[in-house]
Design a protein around this ligand. Structure first.
Ligand code: FAD
Ligand code: AMP
Length: 484
């Protein structure tokens, strides 16, 4: 007899596994199909994020940042270290251990929540049928009966014809997380979030890093003031970011890659020993649906969904990177929860896309939520801006990390916070306060009247909120400024 479920989730990345857990919590008989197999040949739930994305990149960012601290900053604290060196094999092993603990953790959560974790490929046939092909039995196809399907198949790196991945010298982000030697000269195509994070890791470990970015503008989605500050800081760190540089072709020799790129009318050449292609990601829908299902994709290849993540097929939903919106783990997880709750309760709830935080885990980190100053200006929204630099923060001084600032934008009429932009150490953590503030429709005055512990970096957020009204304490007050 066919196995039957209330919900079958396809994909166990942060969108799919979170959706499956929430479904199970709500009493739905749930299966989660995932095809990921790690380098040891074992099934590993957690998708891109846990296996080759958010987590391994942050493990290497942490290790490489500690190395920089030891090399360049311990002496300022009177700490002498002799014979400092990098054991890359150990660093990579640690990274893999972090990943394994977390993927094993997801497997345990599946077990504890009585979720059937099916290892193999799932293909949606309709809202009531999913075809399952197990890794263990690839010649057999089982049809699972279900009342609902959640598609969470994620994304994959965009390939560039000009620089085909060979897995040796020309690699994608997964390859760049697994180098077994520190490249002497590393080229990265794309100075977006992934390019900057990977570039930071290898630059800190000793590579000479050149980032080639086709656009003339650096981090166009970020607030311009923050992007400007970030560009300056990264350049001081010797990340060589070349804007307006479009890669047109590459040639490979045994140990080198020659990259040809155009800058305006000029042709340039760059020789590197490894090249990373980090030009973005695209939705992954291979084997996800049978043609007979007539599942609708949009013009960019994403599964087409409405604001509630419903597809054109009754009972079929889609969440995470495979649907429109920012390709971020937390965005996918939130959509997963919303769909699970809708299936269980019938109550529709829209994920608030105005308050999805974006983070770049460089040093300092960059984080933002809501509108940028340039977006508000373009929309003709009058707003006041409050900025406060880290140089005036006691905690930042004690940490020896005074580069950066917090900027808060508030509606000129209502004082409601419309956006917040941070470049600072731990900006990824600081932004949470601003996300909560925006979720609660807080005003900058609410933040200004909230007590922040001393001495903390969060006081910089407090001071920026005071600065919206022109009354910061630890800086000479300037008149209000902001887009008119
Ligand atoms: P995925 O995580 O891609 O998971 C999809 C899963 O579905 C995979 O396991 C796949 O094998 C499986 N699958 C696909 N098709 C089928 C099928 N037909 N049958 C069975 N299984 C299938 N985001 C952040 O928010 N913060 C970060 O710091 C961050 N850092 C990143 C760093 C890097 C280097 C990269 C590459 C990405 C990073 N991201 C980050 C993005 C983040 O990884 C993605 O947004 C997130 O993983 C998307 O989750 P998802 O569940 O939609 O898809
Ligand atoms: P992200 O989407 O944040 O991962 O960033 C990817 C970046 O790669 C974008 O800023 C693109 O402009 C850039 N990019 C895409 N194609 C090329 C190319 N041929 N040469 C250089 N940069 C590119």
């Amino acid at each position: 007899m066919a196995r039957s479920f209330d919900v079958v989730v396809i994909g166990a990345g942060p969108a799919g596994y979170v959706a499956a857990i929430r479904c199970a919590q709500l009493g739905l008989r749930t299966a989660c199909i995932d095809r990921w197999v790690n380098e040891a040949g074992e099934p590993a739930p957690g998708g891109t994020c846990l296996n080759v994305g958010c987590i391994p990149s942050k493990a290497l960012l942490q290790s490489s940042e500690l190395y920089v601290q030891a090399c360049e900053h311990f002496s300022e604290h009177g700490i002498t270290v002799n014979g400092l060196s990098v054991d890359l094999e150990r660093m990579q092993t640690r990274k893999q251990q972090v990943v394994k603990q977390l993927t094993d953790g997801v497997a345990s959560l599946f077990k504890a929540n009585h979720i059937a974790w099916l290892q193999g490929t799932g293909t949606v046939v309709s809202g009531t049928a999913v075809e399952f092909c197990a890794h263990a039995n690839p010649d057999r196809r089982e049809t699972l009966k279900t009342n609902n399907v959640i598609l969470a198949s994620g994304s994959q790196p965009i390939a560039l014809d000009a620089a085909p991945i060979d897995g040796e010298r020309i690699v994608d982000s997964s390859g760049a997380l697994a180098f077994t030697e520190v490249p002497k000269r590393l080229g990265i195509i794309g100075a977006g979030v992934i390019g900057l994070e990977l570039g930071s890791v290898w630059q800190r470990l000793g590579s000479e890093v050149v980032l080639l970015e086709a656009q003339d503008e650096f981090l166009p989605a970020a607030d311009h003031q923050i992007a400007h500050e970030a560009f300056k800081t990264f350049s001081q760190q010797k990340l060589d970011i070349r804007l307006g540089a479009r890669v047109v072709s590459t040639q490979r020799s045994k140990k080198q890659v020659t990259v040809n790129y155009q800058h305006g009318d000029e042709e340039h050449q760059l020789k590197v020993d490894y090249l990373v292609v980090a030009v973005g990601r695209r939705p992954y829908t291979e084997n996800l649906f049978s043609p007979a299902s007539e599942l609708l994709l949009d013009e960019r290849g994403f599964v087409d969904v409405d604001e509630y993540c419903s597809t054109n097929l009754p009972g079929v939903y889609a969440v995470g990177d495979v649907v429109r919106g920012p390709m971020l783990a937390h965005k996918g997880s939130e959509e997963g929860v919303a769909v699970a709750e809708y299936i269980a309760s019938g109550h529709k709830h829209v994920v608030n896309r105005e308050t999805i935080p974006s983070v770049i885990y460089t040093h300092p980190e960059i984080a933002w939520v809501g509108a940028t100053e340039q977006e508000l200006r373009a929309k003709g929204v009058a707003a006041h801006a409050g900025t406060f630099p880290l140089t005036a923060s006691g905690r930042a001084k004690a940490m020896g990390a005074t580069t950066g600032m917090v900027k808060i934008l508030a509606d000129a009429g209502t004082d409601r916070v419309l956006g917040a932009h941070i470049i600072a150490p731990m900006a990824s953590e600081l932004i949470a306060e601003l996300v909560v503030a925006m979720e609660f429709s807080a005003s900058s005055e609410d933040l200004a009247r909230t007590i922040h512990a001393h001495p903390t970096l969060s006081e910089v957020v407090h001071e920026a909120a005071l600065a919206v009204d022109g009354r910061p304490i630890h800086m000479v007050a300037r008149k209000r400024s902001g887009p008119k």
